[in-house]
Design a protein around this ligand. Structure first.
Ligand SMILES: [Zn+2]
Length: 343
């Protein structure tokens, strides 16, 4: 059953915006100022009724669906594999139907997915001007997925042509699980989660991943101030910045958190990975990290000092790196077991 509850809209929107401003949403003009205006309202001024969504209950709008637009600039092999990846992800990690109720930066169902090869200009320029790279993007009225697949990656045999689908899909999952529940997490959990998810997908389905190379390089200098990873580089933090190449350091932090949970709370590897990826805090919690993991963010950041800095050992990367081997997931794990619903 859905219930109607009175919530402070001002505070709810603040939480929602704090999450969804992540990733490529920075390109959405005017959103930040709109948020500030909203937060300036007295919290008691609004008594608007907001529906409380239970992710376990069928939504009147049905399941959240996707509407892929796959351009023929992509090789047939990719066009064949893509729907398999999407269906696999939807089976192991269905998007919470509560995403239907996200008011700030809403996502309509079915969500458009625009996919094309970087060998050509965007074939969707008329419908969605200016798309490039890979992201979940929005304009304040709707949200869509951008998959410009790197032509060079086909030539080099990089699995990123496929794993990027899992990465961006996970950002939609996070919106349904976190944003729609009014939960705000540090940005390293958004990108570290998407990176870990994509590598777990590659490992399970293609037999190799960047875990095989211990996510090299995890720059040691980056971890001198782990709290910098609370924010994206474009917001003044470190996520996706110079010391977070391909989100390797954000992903390392997520895996280090899973390791802490195994050691402090006796969780299995599978349990701990499921917990750090899904982070299912109570709706509207203002301390979701503490609620889910039983430790404060500061406590966790301090634990990262246990990982020694070592020489890079690679000519192309100067400086010291963190030996991340101790936190790499075991081979042979499946997303099905990691993400299985907990009773
Ligand atoms: Zn991302």
């Amino acid at each position: 059953m859905k219930r109607l509850v009175s919530l402070s809209v001002a505070s709810l929107f603040l939480l929602v915006a704090a999450c969804s401003a992540g990733d490529s949403m920075s390109s959405v003009g005017g959103m930040e100022s709109a948020v500030e205006e909203e937060s300036a309202q007295p919290e008691t001024s609004s008594v608007e009724v907001v529906e409380e969504c239970d992710p376990l209950v069928a939504h009147p709008k049905g399941a959240f669906e996707f509407d892929p637009q796959v351009d023929e600039s992509l090789p047939e092999s990719w066009r064949t594999e893509f729907p398999v990846i999407l269906a696999t992800l939807q089976a192991v990690a269905p998007i919470s139907p509560c995403i239907h109720d996200v008011r700030e930066d809403p996502a309509k169902s079915p969500m458009k997915i625009y996919a094309w090869s970087s060998a050509v200009d965007s074939p969707f320029e008329d419908e969605r001007p200016g798309m490039e790279g890979a992201s979940v993007s929005g304009d304040g009225t709707d949200t869509w997925m951008v998959l410009e697949i790197e032509a060079n990656d086909f030539a080099s045999g990089s699995l990123h042509i496929y794993s990027v689908v899992a990465h961006e899909y996970w950002h939609v999952y996070q919106r349904g699980a976190w944003t729609a529940q009014g939960l705000s997490y540090p940005d390293w959990m958004w990108e570290g989660g998407a990176k870990v998810l994509e590598e777990l997908y590659a490992s399970e389905h293609y037999g190799q991943s960047e875990f095989d190379r211990n996510l090299f390089p995890v720059a040691a200098t980056a971890l001198a101030n782990p709290s910098d990873f609370g924010l994206y580089a474009f917001k003044g933090g470190a996520v996706g910045g110079e010391y977070d190449r391909n989100y390797n350091t954000s992903a390392f932090m997520l895996l280090a958190l899973a390791k802490e949970l195994q050691e402090r709370q006796g969780l299995t590897e599978v349990e701990s990975l499921g917990l750090v990826l899904k982070a299912p805090a109570p709706r509207g919690s203002e301390t979701p990290f503490l609620d889910v993991f039983g430790m404060s963010l500061e406590d966790f950041y301090a634990s990262l000092a246990q990982y020694p800095a070592v020489a890079s050992g690679e000519d192309w990367f100067e400086g010291t790196v963190v030996d991340a081997s101790a936190v790499m997931p075991s081979k042979g794990l499946t997303l099905g077991e990691i993400l299985q619903p907990t009773a």
